[in-house]
Design a binder for this molecule. Structure first.
Ligand SMILES: Cc1cc2nc3c(=O)[nH]c(=O)nc-3n(C[C@H](O)[C@H](O)[C@H](O)COP(=O)(O)OP(=O)(O)OC[C@H]3O[C@@H](n4cnc5c(N)ncnc54)[C@H](O)[C@@H]3O)c2cc1C
Length: 521
């Protein structure tokens, strides 16, 4: 019979051994050893970067959009792993679990709060950078495409247009955004009023779940498939690819930009009509300071020719004063370039070289508007814009298809009754030095807008992530705490997201500052 003292002796030897093991084997070493055991394909050394590697800072920042999270004081990952295939991703999930390290998943790196490559609430963490999973396979016959998550939207648009000039996809305006993150939060662009969001047009997906299994729609089931289309990235697993539905676009579309001096009457009129216009027409407003005065740019896409557009505008929004000579007829793919800020005849090849348009320090916030904002409040917004160094407010019209899709169809809930979305953004270039001033400015504008925007909840767009709305604690945030920001992003869908999370990831392995928490069982 084994006596108590020998049990204690064996136990202390095990403790000593494990202590010496943890002190001698670093997290990167342990993780790398585990990867080699768990991956079906060998892993080249060029797929792994630790802080000892001279290219580490460059790789970390290669897809880091917001310089606010590139400061020396920003917490850094223990390691960056750049998988070359699906089996590498499976191994990464298994090994981060085994090693006990938090995993951040990065596709295009455009997260407004840097959550795909920075962890504020917990250390250690590693970054899984999916930049090399970027194949796109377009099938015009069945009007669909399989798109790996590391591809940019620009690449998706390019590959569709390569095969057809009468098909498109209703995703974001900025071509450098990653397909991976964008679809997890919704994804809107100039085709939204006609076809809804990118996430509304996903028909299948492949995901690595918490057990390291690759699941497609049939295997993951409809609950998880629902949650990943709009429930926000980084909560349910690592998406590998999306199967998207292509949408028809005419051979000729029309674009225009009309720059107008700040005019509250015209802005008020836009608010009355923008969500009721012909679904083929989307006119967004970009409001910013130019030469010491606020200029409003009315930027539009019309799915049709210029003559028809002028007719539509004369009937529904004559106050804008659009004439035939303001209109540019072009192909849909060129309209993509134009709406992203390029001349309309720009070579489409640039869509294959992602351009990082907002590479500076920035902070953004969003609001959804249900009733026109009165002119007096718009005057105050003008005054505040003039006080800030560089700030933009973008007004994106809703209505059309967005009002026809139920707010429960996918987790993105901002549908019927929404007139438009405000996106407030301030940017600066001198880092932490002036950060406080700019943060105060944007928070001040947001506070000022309170009476004029959605209420109970004050809705926000999860893809324009805003940690001011609330943060999870390390790994044990209560659902009640998280619902403070959760209902702003997802309204009533937050509860269902929590239920799905509890089912597929009850131990909260996939977590970050604003991931969906499971119910504590
Ligand atoms: C300059 C700029 C322009 C933008 N324009 C638009 C626009 O026109 N329309 C619009 O709707 N949005 C727009 N956005 C917002 C953008 O859609 C979101 O920031 C989106 O989440 C970015 O996706 P990403 O893959 O580039 O980012 P990432 O930073 O890589 O990821 C964003 C989030 O998704 C998670 N995630 C990323 N990949 C995966 C994956 N494979 N599996 C699971 N989780 C994942 C990350 O962990 C992170 O939480 C813009 C953002 C910027 C900075």
């Amino acid at each position: 019979m084994i006596c108590i003292s020998s049990i204690i002796h064996i136990f202390s030897v095990i403790l000593l051994l494990s202590a010496s093991l943890t002190s001698s084997v670093s997290i990167p070493e342990e993780f790398i050893n585990c990867l080699s055991i768990n991956s079906q394909h060998s892993i080249p050394s060029s797929a792994i970067y630790t802080p000892n590697n001279s290219s580490f800072p460059q790789i970390l920042l290669s897809r880091a959009q917001n310089l606010r999270f590139s400061e020396p004081s920003t917490p850094k990952p223990e390691l960056i792993f750049i998988p070359l295939n699906e089996s590498h991703v499976q191994a990464a999930v298994i090994c981060s679990k085994q090693v006990g390290v938090n995993i951040r998943v990065r596709s295009g790196g455009h997260d407004f709060e840097g959550l795909s490559y920075v962890s504020i609430i917990e250390k250690p963490f590693i970054v899984l950078d999916l930049v090399n999973l970027r194949s796109i396979s377009v099938n015009i016959d069945n009007k669909s495409a399989w798109v790996q998550v590391g591809a940019t939207l620009g690449e998706v648009y390019y590959r569709i247009a390569e095969k057809s000039n009468v098909h498109g996809f209703p995703a974001g305006i900025c071509a450098s955004v990653g397909v991976g993150g964008q679809i997890t939060g919704g994804g809107y662009g100039a085709l939204m009023r006609k076809y809804g969001l990118a996430a509304d047009n996903v028909i299948d997906a492949r995901i690595v779940d918490v057990k390291g299994r690759v699941l497609d729609r049939a295997l993951m089931g409809e609950d998880l498939f629902w949650a990943i289309r709009g429930g926000g990235g980084g909560s349910f697993g690592v998406i590998l690819s999306w199967k998207i539905k292509l949408v028809p676009v005419p051979e000729t579309v029309t674009v225009f930009t009309l720059n107008k001096p700040f005019n509250t009457k015209l802005l008020y009129r836009w608010q009355q009509v923008a969500d009721k216009l012909d679904e083929n027409l989307s006119i967004r407003i970009q409001m910013q300071v130019m030469n010491a005065s606020v200029v409003t740019s009315y930027i539009a896409l019309f799915l049709g020719g210029a003559d028809k557009l002028v007719q539509v505008m004369q009937q529904s929004f004559p106050e804008l004063g659009l004439t035939r000579k303001d209109c540019i007829e072009t192909k849909w793919i060129q309209s993509v370039l134009y709406l992203d800020g390029n001349p309309v005849n720009t070579s489409r090849e640039i869509l294959l070289e992602p351009k990082f348009s907002f590479r500076f320090y920035y902070k953004s916030k969003t609001d959804f508007v249900k009733e026109p904002v009165p002119e007096i409040a718009l005057k105050e917004v003008e005054k505040r814009l003039l006080e800030e160094d560089f700030a933009v407010i973008v007004w994106t019209p809703y209505g059309g298809m967005m009002s026809k899709i139920s707010e429960y169809e996918i987790p993105f809930p901002h549908r019927r009754g929404t007139k438009f979305k405000f996106h407030y953004l301030t940017g600066w270039s001198d880092g932490e030095k002036s950060e406080r001033k700019h943060m105060e400015w944007i928070r001040g504008v947001y506070d000022y807008m309170t009476p004029y925007v959605s209420k109970f909840p004050r809705e926000a767009y999860v893809n324009y992530r805003d940690v001011d709305l609330g943060l999870n604690n390390k790994s044990n945030t209560s659902v009640v705490e998280a619902s403070v920001w959760g209902v702003k992003y997802f309204k009533g869908n937050f509860k269902r997201l929590v239920r799905v999370k509890t089912k597929v990831d009850p131990d909260n392995f996939f977590r970050h500052e604003q991931s969906i928490p499971p119910l504590l069982l």
